[in-house]
Design a protein around this ligand. Structure first.
Ligand SMILES: [Zn+2]
Length: 415
């Protein structure tokens, strides 16, 4: 089996032009003592919006690795795929995020539920999990309810895993199971039984992506109860370690955080937890790099700034269309968005400071940032004009991309 490293960092490169700038952040992180392996992730939805094929992501990653002489391993993640969408990722990817959120909350057949309850009966009562202060209270009802919510989803993950394994060979890829795009978060106790089901299904999961308490809006900070998050996160880390021992899952199994990028206020708690428990971690980011492209273009002035302003104007005019598919993961107060006519009067710095995720800057506007975040479709429609601007301003864009990943993300999570 391909064994995923302890610390891995997922980065999205929507337009496949920032491979080198992103990898540079990982290389710099090594000098700071953080041994982080890069994973390029791009979801099917992003490929469709930008009209790209997964093979192009592999090519961009390989080119960056070659250009910078990166000798470590790296991965290309087929992010959030299911049986209907996996085929186009079979050649390019060696990391598969099996998204079975749509199958949660639907009942598996009665026979499998009964077998699952029977297999986990031994946990009924008080269960002590190393690292968690209070013993967990487990009832037969809880096991049955958890099976009702998640067993069918895990069975579906099994189908996808076996399909990919048949096509690629089971030893040639890393498997993640993701249930983060559901309505309700999963408790650490539910996680225990989800992992039990994953083991029983024979899925060699190396990462598991639950949904946590709080809101993970795209490209902006976490919104929620920080103390509750920290408690839950620590308990999940302990549950994962326990499940590895108990169910014989891969020994490097770890949590995967689908962060939606930029969750600065939970990076501290995550950093403390992985160090305290000596645990691995995978953190996925994505849209943050596209936003740095726009920041870099704005900083460049001229045509770059013009494009940045146009992206905003068009996104503003197509608010419902662009925000619709992301409604569960953005919170934009429309009345706090600047009028495009006003934005047109801004200089380079004003635009960059409004968009750049530096919360202490008085110009920063999280509503503006979220709208531009979902506006990548507008840039995709600009086609060559957008790509040419990225090329013409490669240096300033790259500087922003690298600094953002290194200083605002990797350093805070892993160093
Ligand atoms: Zn996700």
């Amino acid at each position: 089996m391909k064994i995923l490293e302890k610390y891995t960092f997922g980065m999205g490169d929507r337009f496949a032009r920032q491979g080198k700038a992103q990898l540079a952040a990982v290389i710099e992180a090594k000098k700071l003592g953080a041994d982080v392996t890069p994973v390029w992730n791009k979801s099917n939805r992003e490929h469709i919006t930008i009209h790209t094929h997964p093979d192009s992501q592999r090519a961009a990653a390989a080119a960056a690795v070659k250009a910078l002489g990166w000798k470590g391993s790296y991965y290309v993640d087929a992010d959030h795929i299911g049986l209907k969408t996996v085929d186009s990722f079979l050649a390019a990817s060696d990391f598969y995020t099996l998204d079975v959120a749509d199958f949660t909350g639907k009942a598996a057949d009665e026979k499998s539920v009964a077998a699952f309850v029977e297999a986990n009966k031994k946990f009924i009562g008080k269960l002590s999990v190393p690292g968690i202060d209070q013993p967990l209270e487990i009832t037969g009802d809880l096991i049955r309810t958890t099976a009702g919510k998640f067993l069918l989803a895990v069975q579906e993950a099994g189908k996808i895993y076996r399909y990919v394994a048949e096509k690629k060979g089971g030893d040639n890829f890393v498997t993640e199971v993701s249930i983060d795009e559901t309505d309700a978060p999963q408790s650490p106790l539910e996680m225990l039984f989800i992992l039990s089901a994953i083991a029983k299904e024979g899925i060699p999961a190396q990462t598991i992506a639950p949904k946590f308490t709080g809101r993970f809006n795209k490209g902006v900070d976490y919104v929620g109860d920080l103390a509750q998050f920290e408690k839950e996160f620590n308990e999940d880390v302990c549950i994962v370690a326990f499940a590895v021992q108990e169910f014989g899952l891969p020994s490097n199994l770890k949590l995967s955080i689908h962060s939606g990028s930029d969750k600065f206020s939970i990076y501290g708690p995550m950093n403390r937890a992985i160090k305290k428990h000596n645990a691995g971690l995978h953190v996925k980011t994505a849209g943050t790099t596209w936003l740095e492209e726009i920041i870099g273009l704005a900083c460049a002035g001229g045509e770059g700034l013009k494009i940045a302003k146009e992206v905003y104007r068009r996104a503003y005019g197509r608010f419902d269309e662009l925000c619709g598919p992301y409604s569960a993961v953005i919170d934009i107060k429309k009345e706090e968005l600047p009028a495009p006519d006003d934005v047109d009067k801004w200089d380079e710095q004003r635009y960059a400071q409004t968009l750049r995720h530096v919360q202490s800057n008085p110009s920063y506007n999280l509503n503006f940032r979220q709208l531009v975040h979902v506006g990548y479709k507008v840039a995709a429609e600009m086609g060559d004009r957008y790509y040419k601007a990225l090329e013409d301003n490669e240096k300033v864009v790259a500087r922003n991309v690298t600094e953002n990943l290194l200083e605002r993300h990797i350093r805070k999570i892993f160093v």
